[in-house]
Design a protein around this ligand. Structure first.
Ligand SMILES: C[S@@+](CC[C@H](N)C(=O)[O-])C[C@H]1O[C@@H](n2cnc3c(N)ncnc32)[C@H](O)[C@@H]1O
Length: 205
């Protein structure tokens, strides 16, 4: 194992959210990012239909499923496969691929979601400007798809990597949502460039 992998593993084992996730049976430490966003904004409500994009291994879907309850629905999408979660419909596809988008339309069968969550992250190469471009491209791809999957008045939580194209992306979001907050939940590592937008009341042009 390389030195950097050993360092990553040591840090991972010491991370309090990793330990807490093990104890509380969440699939990932990422679950706490959504829990902290939820605590502040109450984005998801009981009975909601939630679409969780970039869902593997399933931490956010676990959180969403426990909030929406039996009267709600969670559809989780990822290009990777992951183990089933009670109350969650899993769709394995690449969302930016036309076939993937088509499969999602079929699963939703014409009923739009109340909330769309996207914790999608691109495969990174370590060059910050390129990783930023890929992250913005993913987020823009989801925003292009929103008219088909998010109901008017619905909410959207999306992760992006900070960088030069963040301000125009934020302007675009502010043009189609009544409110849009930029959030760095405490569970998001301070050295990570990721940031979340919590956008409410979708009102497309
Ligand atoms: C940070 S992980 C998500 C963690 C998850 N929210 C959780 O709580 O466990 C990001 C995910 O985005 C997925 N992803 C990235 N691009 C994608 C795409 N085009 N279509 C579907 N999934 C994608 C990756 O496969 C990866 O599993």
């Amino acid at each position: 194992m390389s030195r950097s992998s050993k360092k990553w593993l040591r840090e991972h084992e010491r991370d309090p959210y990793v330990r807490q996730a093990r104890e509380e049976k969440y699939r990932s430490r990422a679950a706490y990012k959504l829990l902290q966003i939820q605590q502040k904004f109450r984005v998801i409500r009981p009975g909601d239909r939630v679409l969780d994009l970039g869902a593997a291994p399933g931490g956010w879907s676990q959180v969403a499923a426990s909030i929406v309850g039996k009267s709600g629905r969670v559809v989780a999408v990822d290009r990777l496969s992951f183990d089933p979660i009670p109350g969650v419909t899993i769709l394995q596809c690449d969302l930016l691929d036309s076939g993937g988008a088509g499969s999602l339309r079929t699963v939703l069968s014409g009923r739009k979601a109340d909330r769309v969550l996207s914790d999608m992250a691109p495969s990174t190469c370590g060059i910050p400007s390129l990783d930023h471009d890929k992250s913005i491209a993913l987020a823009e791809g989801v925003v292009d798809f929103l008219p088909e999957v998010l109901r008017d008045g619905g909410s959207f939580v999306v992760k992006v990597f900070q960088g030069g194209d963040f301000p125009p992306f934020l302007r675009r979001m502010r043009g189609i949502f009544q409110s849009c907050h930029v959030v760095k939940p405490p569970a998001s590592r301070s050295r990570s460039v990721e940031i979340y937008l919590v956008a409410e009341n979708y009102c497309p042009e």
